[in-house]
Design a protein around this ligand. Sequence first.
Ligand code: ATP
Ligand code: MG
Length: 139
Amino acid sequence: MTTNRTFTMIKPDAVEKGHIGAILEKINSAGFKIVAMKFTQLSKGDAEKFYEIHNERPFFADLVQFMTRGPIVAAILEKENAVEDFRALIGATNPAEAAEGTIRKMFATSISENAVHGSDSDENAAIEGAFHFSGREVY
Ligand code: ATP
Ligand code: MG
C-alpha cells in the first residue's frame, strides 16, 4: 500500500544555525503540506530506537550523540508520492554528493551533520510518524 505522507526532522545542526525557517520554506515551496509538527529534543533512548537499524554501524554512537545534542523539528508531510519526492528534495546523505538546490546541498555540512531526515519508505514513514505524534496531533 502506498501513502501520500512522509516524516522529516530538521536535525540539531540546522536548528543551531537558524535554518528552520529557510528549510520549512523549501518544503512548502516544493508542494508539501505540513499535517503535524513539533519542536522537541530526542532522549538517548529515543535516538537509539529511531536509528535502531544502524546500531551495528561504526558511526552509531556519534549519530546518537549528534541527534540528541539539541532540539529538532519533527513533522509529517503530505504530498502525492511524498517519500520519493521528499528524498529528492533533501538530496544525498553526503552533502558533497547532493544535487544543486537540494536541502542538504544548501544547509548540511557533512555526511554526519546533514541538516534533515527523510523517511526511506512508506512503511517507515508510518512507523516514524507514529513514533513522534499521537493521532490527535496529526491534522
Ligand atoms: P536519514 O535517515 O537521517 O534521512 P539517510 O537515509 O540519507 O539519512 P542513512 O543511511 O539512513 O542516511 O543514515 C542515517 C544517518 O546516519 C545519516 O543521515 C547520517 O546522519 C548518519 N550517517 C550515515 N552514514 C554515515 C557515515 N558513513 N558516517 C557518519 N554518519 C553517517
Ligand atoms: Mg535513513
